[in-house]
Design a protein around this ligand. Structure first.
Ligand code: AHR
Length: 511
């Protein structure tokens, strides 16, 4: 230190300590000069199960309802989902799928049998929403359909007949039946899965056993352009992915993985709306686990499929809290706050950044169940903070991923520390879109951006945030969380400087 003045020494110490004291500048380098893969729009998919009021009351109220509807589908919900540009919906479950016999849900409604929904509250399922209703609904909102076949309590024949009923344009007993039921033309259904959570509610199988069963089902799952999906791992069960890839990779187009963010324990998951910063932090930390899961499952898939033909599909994800007080515990109804908005933004950024392998994700679930984008109560409808994040992130659908280097501060609490910022970027039609989450509930973050490989002249932005961590939108009240214009990003000499408010999800667009 002999030749270094005290002032220089001070500057050196200051430089190295900045990242730890929260003053440092965060930086993002976006590589428009090294474009990545396409972000499949299916990453913005949804999941609708016969569970609680997701289907009945949420999507479907029946033609005789005094809630405004078209062919029984709620008009308000249809409009909101069209605005959201929902790319696909997974149906009929979930655990329900492995109890579902599709022939119960076709033909005149008065003749359809009622069954017991054994997984979800033991309530009566009258089968008034079946194959025709689901596929008509998808046509109405303009999305692809993803059907989960019954492996747990069904048969290969039942599955093959369902596929033929839906997709075939040839003469057969199944297509004759479809026509008798009022549908002349086949539907165009690309995505079909053989079972759900076959390690759990779908049959409690070992991966070796399920892989054999999957190969059997797959052999009889036939339709032009079909995308075949194997039931995948529970969270970090990497052995499941390994066995399935070893035994069945050549017979599948995709394999799923399920992971839920639970801030507490499965016995005491904690409230959706009443939480402190400790639970906020735990939610952020647990949701960031998705990065590790996707990375590790992808690495296993790379061993067997280096060409990345098989997609990793996160076909159930989201926050799972305790049900709202006074509601049926089997219906999984929970409110949705700004915390959910952050969780949605973080997960979607993770999926975007892994678009080379992650080809689909389905938030659980679309309406009135778990981390929903829409809540309904009789005639009323609420769009949740999660809805607005999906809406803001739509710009990434089918865009080209732009890799980024992110250097950022930490968000530190007495429980631990995580990166304060989470981000992804894409380009479409000459517009660069960067989505960023500031996980810190009390500190804003200054960020400088450099976009390599593009000359930019204009910047604009949108934001989802609120004054309170647990702000939410409620029936009959003014919205507390929605999309607002964001003007805190400035462009000069090709560089962008922006301030991300505490607990916010931000979209910055440049062209
Ligand atoms: O989304 C609720 C349930 O969670 C699904 O039915 C099941 O697949 C998962 O365990």
């Amino acid at each position: 230190m002999k030749n270094v003045s005290r002032f220089q020494a001070f500057l050196i110490v200051l430089f190295f300590s900045l990242p730890f004291c929260g003053f440092s500048q965060n930086s993002v380098v976006v590589h428009a000069d090294k474009p990545g893969p396409k972000i499949d729009k299916a990453i913005y998919g949804h999941f609708a199960e016969h569970l609680g009021h997701c289907i009945y009351g949420g999507i479907y109220v029946g033609e005789k309802s005094d809630i405004p509807n078209i062919k029984g589908f709620r008009l308000d919900v249809v409009g909101a989902l069209k605005d959201l540009k929902v790319p696909l919906v997974r149906w009929p479950g979930g655990c329900f799928a492995d109890t579902y016999h599709w022939k119960d849900g076709i033909g005149p409604k008065s003749e359809r049998p009622s069954i017991i929904n054994v997984h979800w509250g033991g309530v009566t399922e009258d089968n008034s929403f079946g194959t025709h209703e689901f596929l008509d609904f998808c046509e109405l909102i303009g999305c692809d359909a993803y059907v989960c076949l019954n492996v747990g309590s069904g048969s290969v024949q039942e599955a093959a007949q369902w596929i033929e009923y839906v997709t075939s344009s040839n003469e057969s007993p199944m297509t004759k039946l479809r026509k008798q039921n009022g549908r002349e033309k086949p539907w165009n259904v690309k995505y079909w899965a053989a079972g759900n959570e076959t390690w759990g509610c779908g049959g409690s199988m070992r991966p070796e056993y399920y892989a054999d069963l999957y190969n059997q089902y797959s052999s009889f799952m036939r339709a032009p352009g079909m995308y075949k999906i194997a039931s995948g791992a529970n969270g970090e069960d990497y052995r499941w992915t390994d066995v399935l890839m070893k035994q069945s990779a050549s017979m599948m187009n995709g394999i799923s993985v399920h992971y839920y963010t639970v801030p507490g324990t499965w016995e005491n998951k904690r409230s959706a709306t009443q939480f402190d910063e400790k639970e906020w932090f735990s939610t952020m930390e647990k949701t960031l686990k998705m990065e590790e899961l996707v990375t590790k499952h992808s690495a296993i898939m790379d061993k067997y499929d280096p060409g990345k033909k098989v997609g990793l599909l996160v076909d159930e994800w989201g926050n799972w809290f305790d049900v709202e007080p006074g509601t049926n515990p089997g219906f999984l109804y929970q409110q949705n706050t700004l915390r959910d908005a952050l969780v949605a933004g973080i997960n979607l950024n993770i999926f975007n950044n892994h678009a080379d392998r992650v080809r689909m994700s389905n938030i659980a679930q679309m309406i009135n169940v778990l981390q929903s984008v829409i809540l309904t109560k009789e005639k009323e409808m609420v769009l949740t903070p999660t809805y607005y994040v999906f809406k803001m992130y739509n710009v990434h659908q089918d865009a080209t991923l732009l890799p980024l280097d992110l250097k950022c501060n930490k968000y530190t609490t007495e429980s631990g520390s995580v990166d304060a910022i989470n981000a992804s970027a894409s380009v479409k039609d000459g517009v660069v879109s960067i989505t960023l989450c500031n996980l810190d509930p009390s500190k804003s973050q200054n960020v400088s951006f450099e976009i390599q490989g593009l000359k930019l002249a204009q910047v604009s932005g949108k934001i989802v945030t609120s004054g309170k961590m647990n702000a939410y939108n409620d029936f009959g009240k003014k919205e507390e969380v929605t999309i607002a214009d964001y003007n805190a990003a400035k462009l000069s000499n090709g560089l962008v400087e922006a301030t991300l408010p505490a607990k916010s999800v931000v979209l910055i667009q440049l062209k």
